[in-house]
Structure formats: C-alpha cells, structure tokens
Design a protein around this ligand. Structure first.
Ligand code: 13P
Ligand code: SF4
Length: 301
C-alpha cells in the first residue's frame, strides 16, 4: 500500500507523462514509485528507450547526465541536486588528456561512473556488468587505459588477456567498506553461504568472493539462491530482503552505505515533478562526443 506522498507522486507522474527511473541502491520507498529499477546499464537502456517528455532519475548525477545524453528529447530531472558520485570526480578531462599523452595509441575505456567531459574524451564506456566484454572488444595488441575505477579496471583486466593501465580512482563505499577480516568472519560464521562481490570492491575482496557481479547480476542470482553474503552498498541488501523475507541475505559489512544514493527522498521526487526541477543540462559539443562513447558500448550488446 503506497503512502499519501507516493500516491501524489504517481498522480503527478501520470499528469506529466513522466517516467521514473531508480537505481538499485535507492531506498525501497523510492523503488516502489519507480517505473524501472536496475543497475547502471539497464537504466541507461531504459533512458534511451523512454518515450516520455520527462525522466525523473533517482540516482546520482552521472546517471542523470547519461540519461540526458542518451535521450536528448526528454527533460531529465535529478530530484536531489546534491547527489553526486565521489568516484566520478576522481578524474577530470584535463587529467585524462595528460594520461592519454603519456600512453599514445592506447584505447580509453571509461566506467559510466564518470563525468560527461571524461566520457567525451574516452573511446568507449562500460558498466560493472559489461566491463569484461568491453575490454575484449578492443584489438588484442592495443594498450587500454581504464578510468576512473582502479578496482573495476583491475578485476575486469584479470578476466581477460588485455594490457590495462588503470587510473587510481575508487568508490569510497566499496573500497573502504569491506575488509578481508569481514570475509574471514562471515565465512566462519556462515558456512555454505555464497559470497557475491561488486567489482568496485578491492582486489583482496573480489579474489576471495565466490562470484563477482553488478547489482542486477546479484538480483538475478538471488532469485534462485537462499543463502547469500553480499558485498555491495546496503541499499541492495535491503531491497533483496524486502523482496525475499524468507531467504537469508546478509551484508558483508553494514557500513557500506552510499550517502549520495540516500540523498534522494520522496519529498525531492515530489518537488521535482511539481516544479520541474533540477533539470540536467549538458553542453551540446560535449554531449555529442560523450554520446559516441556511450553508443560504442550500447552497440556491443
Ligand atoms: P551497478 O548498479 O551498475 O552495478 O553500479 C553500482 C554503482 O556503484 C553505481 O554507482
Ligand atoms: Fe559512486 Fe560508490 Fe556511491 Fe556508486 S556507491 S554512486 S560508485 S560513491
């Protein structure tokens, strides 16, 4: 049963012919009013396909910017203007240009968790669910620069035979949120459980996990498995527990909370629809170059 503010959001959404997209880390109350939920790749695909004048993106800024680039016909609103991604800000376009100058001839793969300007300087984008496929799409002899996430880049490279040089960015939530001691303790206390890790976690975590996958990969896996330990942001663990109360789904650590993903409230979504705020604007020349980088990824499917 939806609460009064959720009901008003649904009414306004219909009145405005808007589509609401919500990332898997958003609060369950936000997921409940969304038309589509998913990981970064799924939401990019939904944004591109959305036949709506307004897209309300419940996530963080780089996701809303990606939606605005993929669907320039729509007005994309980010309900909380302050919801950013610290990792996306760990490399600027200027730093990337200098990195490219140091590695002439290298192909540049950027994680979708990056600014529009960095995408515009990159050859092809990737998400956590297709990073290996993207690396493998690049000619075997070509050097690859991977920005900004050192952890996703290192893990994806380990699944291929490509020569990959990673930038030193990281997601503070995944990089600092899990320790090897957490893995050892949970393995001791919960034998028989399957440990799923997000590739934004540090190498010592992913190398000791049973499986490494995106947030939607974890959601698919949870459909047919009952005993899981999850190494990703707490929002996904909460979502899985709300979907499967009869299963035993445990976080590897309860401290892995993305404050940025939690900034968006139902009140923000309501105000976004009432006042048509906060509209994402991307400079057209940058948007064109970033679109090429995103399409190079989406065309791979
Ligand atoms: P995915 O949902 O694509 O796995 O990404 C996780 C993330 O950290 C998004 O910011
Ligand atoms: Fe950025 Fe990490 Fe938050 Fe994802 S979980 S939005 S990568 S800070």
């Amino acid at each position: 049963m939806l609460n009064p503010i959720q009901q008003e959001i649904i009414r306004l959404k219909q009145e405005n012919h808007a589509v609401i997209l919500a990332h898997n880390y958003q609060a369950v109350a936000i997921q409940e009013i969304a038309d589509y939920t998913g990981d970064s790749l799924q939401l990019s695909i939904q944004a591109r396909a959305a036949n709506a004048p307004v897209i309300v993106f419940c996530g963080v800024r780089f996701m809303a910017e990606t939606a605005a680039i993929l669907n320039p016909e729509a007005s994309v609103l980010l309900p909380n203007d302050d919801a950013g991604c610290p990792m996306a800000d760990m490399i600027t376009a200027e730093q990337l240009r200098a990195f490219k100058d140091e590695h002439p001839g290298a192909a540049v793969v950027c994680y979708v968790n990056s600014t529009v300007e960095v995408k515009a300087e990159s050859d092809i984008c990737c998400t956590s669910s297709n990073a290996v496929k993207v690396l493998e799409s690049i000619p075997a002899e070509q050097e690859i620069l991977f920005v900004p996430d050192q952890n996703l880049g290192t893990w994806a490279a380990s699944q291929t035979h490509r020569k990959v040089t990673v930038w030193h960015g990281y997601c503070p939530v995944h990089h600092w949120g899990f320790r090897l001691e957490d893995v050892e303790k949970m393995r001791r206390d919960y034998p028989g459980y399957v440990l799923l890790a997000h590739p934004e976690c540090q190498w010592e975590i992913v190398k000791n996990a049973d499986l490494v996958m995106s947030t939607s990969g974890m959601m698919n896996y949870a459909q047919s498995h009952d005993k899981l330990i999850i190494a990703t942001e707490m929002g996904l663990v909460d979502l899985l527990n709300s979907m499967y109360p009869e299963k035993s789904i445990l976080p590897l650590s309860r401290t892995a909370i993305c404050q940025n993903m939690k900034k968006t409230t139902l009140q923000d979504v309501l105000e976004a629809l009432q006042q048509h705020q906060h509209l994402i604007k991307v400079e057209p020349e940058t948007a064109t170059a970033a679109l090429k980088c995103l399409n190079n990824m989406l065309d791979l499917r």
